[in-house]
Design a protein around this ligand. Structure first.
Ligand SMILES: *Cc1c(COP(=O)(O)O)cnc(C)c1O
Ligand code: SF4
Length: 341
């Protein structure tokens, strides 16, 4: 009878950790895999000293072979442009390094961010984290107990956002414990996860993850970070079906990036691909002005022109909110979409 069991139902424990360990960390090997000549990128590769390269194989498999301008490759490949020092681009654009409790950020009235884990499965070159890799060190259990006490005594908070780095880098046993404690606080209604991990490594959405997240009594929201239609793979879609069936709301946030998704066409294709996977576009972020990422920057006028085309071509529910993060504001700040010809 053994041969009757479809292979996929045999649970392979922590498969995603094995996949993660096999990620590309050397630009030359990624370039060879993509049929590109590493010799052509020798000067670029030095930028990995500024921020290490890290690319899971699944994400690399979605890139076009032989295309140095592939929009997925551009997000992760170290480039010599990162050495450019542009005015206004700093190491801490959001000034986010003073919190009342380590591992907890309560900037917005009704929701709190729990910083679950410092590390990420992929290193995105445009990320403000490039200057604070946080060495993968998670807050201690004692610090989480303090954060949970804070939540219990702060009734205006009704939503907890698990963030990082990437919170899904943490062990499911730890996340399950946290989710359980949070569900026990009567004024908390929603549990939200912000993650890019399933996009670069869909195997992360495994049985152990479903066991605690899909079954939590809280309203559950998964916010993915997808910048380009090609990132919506069949494997990701297949795994998201189960989450939707369990009543999880799926949203996406993207960053507007030069050379990656800076056209009306690319944004329309992204929104269409997201909806096909059951994900609604939520935010489109203007790039944080972080040092080493100025080559990804687009100004407001360009962003407005792109949004004008998106609005013309898509129903309202597929148009993301164009926002920027301004330190000290009570929420994300919408970008004025009025065209100034
Ligand atoms: C973006 C963000 C949130 C969530 O904001 P929403 O508008 O609710 O998505 C919460 N805390 C911090 C620090 C944020 O940057
Ligand atoms: S996954 Fe998110 S936090 Fe991590 S490097 Fe990419 S953009 Fe930054």
């Amino acid at each position: 009878m053994g041969q009757m069991i479809p292979k996929k139902t045999i649970s392979v424990e922590h498969n995603w950790l094995k996949e993660l360990a096999m990620s590309f960390t050397d630009p030359a090997s990624l370039l060879r895999y993509l049929s590109l000549n590493p010799e052509d990128f020798l000067k670029d590769s030095q930028a990995r000293q500024l921020f290490p390269m890290r690319v899971p194989r699944h994400f690399a498999s979605l890139m076009r072979k032989g295309d140095p301008h592939d929009p997925l490759l551009r997000q992760v490949l170290p480039l010599r442009d990162e050495f450019t020092q542009a005015p206004g681009f700093t190491s801490d654009p959001l000034d986010e390094h003073d919190t009342e409790l380590p591992g907890l950020l309560h900037k917005y009235q009704s929701r709190v961010l729990l910083i679950v884990r410092g590390g990420c499965a992929v290193n995105c070159r445009y990320c403000f984290r490039r200057h604070f890799p946080y060495a993968d060190n998670a807050a201690s259990r004692k610090q989480f107990v303090q954060s949970l006490d804070y939540l219990r005594t702060t009734p205006e908070v009704n939503e907890v956002i698990l963030s990082g780095g990437d919170p899904l880098m943490a062990k499911d046993s730890h996340l399950a414990w946290l989710a359980d404690e949070i569900a026990g606080i009567s004024h908390i209604r929603r549990l939200r996860i912000h993650t890019r991990l399933p996009v670069v490594l869909p195997a992360r959405l495994d049985t152990e993850f479903f066991d605690w997240f899909a079954s939590s009594p809280l309203q559950r929201i998964l916010v993915l970070h997808i910048n380009h239609a090609s990132e919506v793979s069949d494997e990701l879609k297949a795994r998201l079906v189960r989450l939707r069936e369990a009543g999880v709301t799926l949203l996406n946030q993207a960053v507007l990036l030069k050379g990656v998704n800076d056209s009306g066409q690319a944004q329309v294709a992204l929104s269409e691909a997201l909806f096909e996977a059951g994900i609604l576009p939520y935010y489109l972020h203007m790039l944080d002005k972080v040092g080493g990422a100025s080559h990804f920057y687009l100004d407001d006028e360009t962003a407005r022109a792109i949004m004008a085309e998106v609005i013309k071509r898509l129903p309202g529910f597929l148009v993301p909110k164009l926002v920027r993060e301004i330190g000290g504001q009570p929420g994300k700040t919408p970008v004025d979409l009025q065209l100034h010809p």
